[in-house]
Design a protein around this ligand. Structure first.
Ligand code: AMP
Length: 284
């Protein structure tokens, strides 16, 4: 694996692959890697001729400065893990290299309602930052495919919309969520949980599973209420629990709706904010 700190050097290396029309799988990450990230790298390795990964803690997607400051960083360990998982090129840049003209510019792209619901509502500016960094990284790497996790379900929808609206020449591959044995979705943030909260955090997964059963009998509003109660019962504080249409991400409201449903949740374990989701009904 070769590591590049500068886009210009990476681009010089990639030129040959672009010209030869090779398939390039790209996995953007913010580092502190776990098996969830590595599953994306492995999938890219199995399907593409070249695998490019990035590690960049993007400041423009953090609405909370403290969260940015506390974001875990482990560059040496990450590089070893990426190499083992089959990454060819690692882009590990500084903020200036990603944003040589500053971070203030706006993309010609409207997030629409995606910016107003769930993560968009509670993390103002977050998805603007995500779209900005993914757009810039795609501009540098020019992959044929970008691999992203369904763990960040709304993020996937944002990137899908950006690719469609801006007609970017790249395929988006959504990969399944990798979990710990007790169901907790793997996340770099899990490292910040103390032992007590680590033991309680699987309630998020348990609640998502329960909501699969609840929705057979109860209305969406009742399921939301029951989910809040279940999560609170062990001392986590839910921020939202929404039942949404998997395509529009708009909330399911009707009692007898027959559509597919994805349950999306964000909850605080002390000051650690965890998110997860699960497809809880297959519609007709
Ligand atoms: P992050 O470093 O948190 O920005 O994540 C980088 C990529 O890894 C994103 O596409 C995430 O959706 C994906 N990812 C994070 N956690 C998981 C997981 N537990 N399973 C699968 N993919 C994940």
């Amino acid at each position: 694996m070769q590591t590049f700190k500068r886009a210009a050097e990476l681009e010089l290396k990639l030129k040959k692959y672009w010209e030869e029309g090779k398939s390039i799988g790209f996995v953007p990450t913010m580092g502190a890697l776990h098996k969830g990230h590595l599953s994306l790298v492995k999938e890219a390795r199995e399907n593409c001729q070249l695998v490019v990964c990035s590690i960049f803690v993007n400041p423009t997607q953090f609405n909370n400065p403290d969260d940015l400051l506390k974001y875990p960083r482990a560059p040496k360990k990450d590089a070893a893990l990426l190499e083992k998982a089959g990454c060819d090129f690692l882009y590990y840049p500084s903020v200036d290299d990603v944003y040589p003209n500053g971070t203030e510019y706006q993309l010609p792209f409207d997030l629409g309602h995606l910016d107003e619901i769930m993560e968009g509502k509670y993390r103002p500016g977050h998805f603007k930052g995500v779209a900005q960094v993914v757009h810039r990284l795609l501009e540098i790497v020019k992959p044929t495919e970008i691999y992203m996790g369904m763990k960040d379900f709304q993020q996937l929808a944002v990137v899908e919309k950006m690719i469609r609206d801006l007609e970017l020449p790249v395929g988006l591959i959504g990969c399944e969520t990798i979990r710990e044995k007790d169901g907790l979705a793997m996340s770099s943030r899990n490292a910040r949980l103390n032992e007590e909260m680590r033991n309680r955090a699987p309630v998020i997964f348990q609640t998502l599973q329960l909501s699969k059963k609840w929705i057979e009998t109860y209305s969406p509003d009742e399921v939301k209420k029951m989910a809040f109660e279940k999560i609170r019962s062990v001392g986590l504080e839910p921020e939202y629990f929404e039942l949404v249409d998997p395509h529009s991400l708009l909330p399911i409201r009707k009692e007898k709706d027959e559509s597919s449903i994805v349950a999306c949740v964000a909850a605080f374990a002390n000051d650690v904010r965890l998110i997860d989701n699960m497809w809880i009904r297959n519609g007709h």
